[in-house]
Ligand binder design. Structure first.
Ligand code: G6P
Length: 474
């Protein structure tokens, strides 16, 4: 497959599947966690592209392969690269820095060196696979230098970059010792996409101040005559796909079985997140616990189902978080639960789409309370699955999704009383109120699905009206 040149190359830190070695020694592939993979999968299928990414683990010399109709090219990482590029610079430096310093970022020169090295290797692989004049779409914070390296190798390519996480204001970004290199790395792209308008503005302002290029609105003018556009493209989900799944018999039955297994409480609260300190899991469980303790809710009436998907388990901050949540859930259940009626039903695991859809259908109140989140696709998935126009969404103002889902109960996750009040209001809301809100949110999601997102990015990338180079014709 590698000797064929491709018209669309997707470059992301992860492949859409992870290599898993079973206990009997056989190898299987499992869908990777996180919003990025769910979003790109349909784009790949529509454009028949090839996807370059790390398959998880430390296996070396894996060959390109096809999985479920997708052409995948695994890039291996050594244990040192995983530690310094993935766990280190990507998730110990950039992730907390870009998420409002919810945790303290660490700055290590060795991590940076490995980040550069790994970014270079991704760029070289993309350069090797792309046809003349092809489109290369690079994704997310782990690969911000790829656009620049790739342009040096292949000036004929159309290069797009999309950041799935927030892009911070200058006050935070400027802490980064390598701030200029990151900005220059991104400027290798023709189009740099962000979730929200504010992020694109942060980027353009920083480029003007730190790199000294001329800018006008969303355009950056480079000394070599090239123009780079920075613009918002709020990401979404396969709304129709989730809706169909939610309507299926299997999911309908499973949703009933879930309610039954929980003892048919009056209302089910639900949280589904990667186990990440940005997600505000601790605060929301505490808020729910206080509502029980204060007598506003009782364990016969309400249960909180929290699914925490294991994530980045070798990174210290994530280990600490897991211990904190374990302790909190244990304490709340010990203090507030009764036999057969735990306050929190806590699951540290990941589920396939069907089970997620069943949980969404079973839940009356979806609770999404990140301190900062690029978009948050779980909030959108919940809405898409509420085929009966009921159910309440409690959503943090600091999730990108709050810009679109205005009819949610919007909360500030730092405000414990505000969060308690919103949970209670959502719990007590009249059916008519719920329907009014949910209908409006469902309309928004069905009109702005992931296909619309990808199409608008790809169209904008192909459109060279803003660019001084003429479009490369193959
Ligand atoms: C977020 C990021 C993705 C990342 C995913 C899962 O959605 O934006 O880039 O892949 O989390 O995290 P992981 O570290 O497991 O790849």
């Amino acid at each position: 497959m590698t000797d064929v040149a491709h018209d669309l190359v997707i470059v992301a830190n992860r492949l859409p599947v992870d290599r898993v070695i079973e206990s009997d020694g056989t190898t299987t592939w499992r869908r990777s966690p996180g919003g990025l993979v769910s979003a790109i999968d349909p784009v790949m299928r529509a454009h028949d592209g090839v996807w370059i990414g790390w398959p998880g683990g430390t296996d070396q010399d894996l060959q390109p392969f096809e999985d479920d109709g997708l052409q995948l090219v695994p890039l291996s990482m050594t244990p040192e690269e995983i530690e310094e590029h993935y766990e280190g610079f990507s998730n110990g430096t950039l992730w907390p820095l870009y998420h409002d310093l919810v945790a303290k970022p660490e700055f290590h020169r060795e991590w940076w060196d490995t980040y550069v090295k790994v970014n270079r290797r991704f760029a070289e692989k993309a350069a090797e696979l792309a046809a003349k004049g092809a489109t290369v779409w690079v994704h997310d914070y782990q690969l911000q230098l790829v656009p620049q390296f790739l342009r040096e190798l292949r000036p004929d390519l159309r290069i797009g970059f999309y950041l799935h996480i927030p892009f911070p204001p200058g006050e935070l970004f400027q802490q980064l010792p390598w701030r200029r290199q990151i900005l220059e790395g991104l400027l290798g792209a023709d189009l740099v996409g962000f979730q929200l308008p504010g992020a694109a503005q942060n980027f353009v302002r920083l480029v003007r101040q730190r790199v000294g290029h001329k800018t006008h609105r969303d355009l950056v003018y480079l000394p070599d005559g090239r123009t780079v556009r920075a613009a918002p493209f709020p990401i979404s989900i396969d709304a129709a796909g989730f809706e169909d799944l939610a309507r299926s018999d299997a999911v309908t039955k499973r949703a009933e079985a879930i309610r039954e297994a929980l003892g048919n409480p009056r209302k089910i609260f639900l949280g589904i997140d990667r186990l990440d300190y940005t997600k505000g899991i601790y605060a929301r469980l505490r808020a729910f616990g206080e509502l029980l303790r204060d007598g506003h809710l009782g364990v016969d009436d309400a249960v909180f189902v929290q699914v925490a998907v294991p994530s980045r388990e070798r990174v210290e901050q994530y280990r600490l978080l897991r211990d904190e949540i374990d302790r909190l859930v244990g304490r709340l259940n010990g203090d507030l639960g009764r036999i057969g009626r735990p306050a929190i039903s806590y699951l540290h695991t990941s589920y396939p789409r069907e089970e997620m859809a069943s949980l969404y259908r079973a839940a009356d109140i979806m609770v999404v309370t990140p301190y900062r989140d690029g978009m948050n696709l779980v909030a959108k998935e919940y809405v898409a699955c509420r085929i009966e126009d009921d159910g309440a969404l409690v959503l943090s103002e600091f999730a990108g999704a709050a810009d679109e889902l205005r009819q949610a109960w919007l909360v500030n996750p730092y405000d414990m009383n505000g969060m308690k009040a919103a949970l209670l209001e959502a719990y007590q809301a009249e059916p008519r109120e719920l329907t009014k809100r949910m209908k409006a949110m469902r309309k928004q999601i069905s009109q702005h699905d992931v296909k619309a997102w990808a199409d608008s990015f790809m169209t904008e990338l192909a459109d060279d009206a803003h660019h001084s180079h003429s479009k490369t014709v193959r």
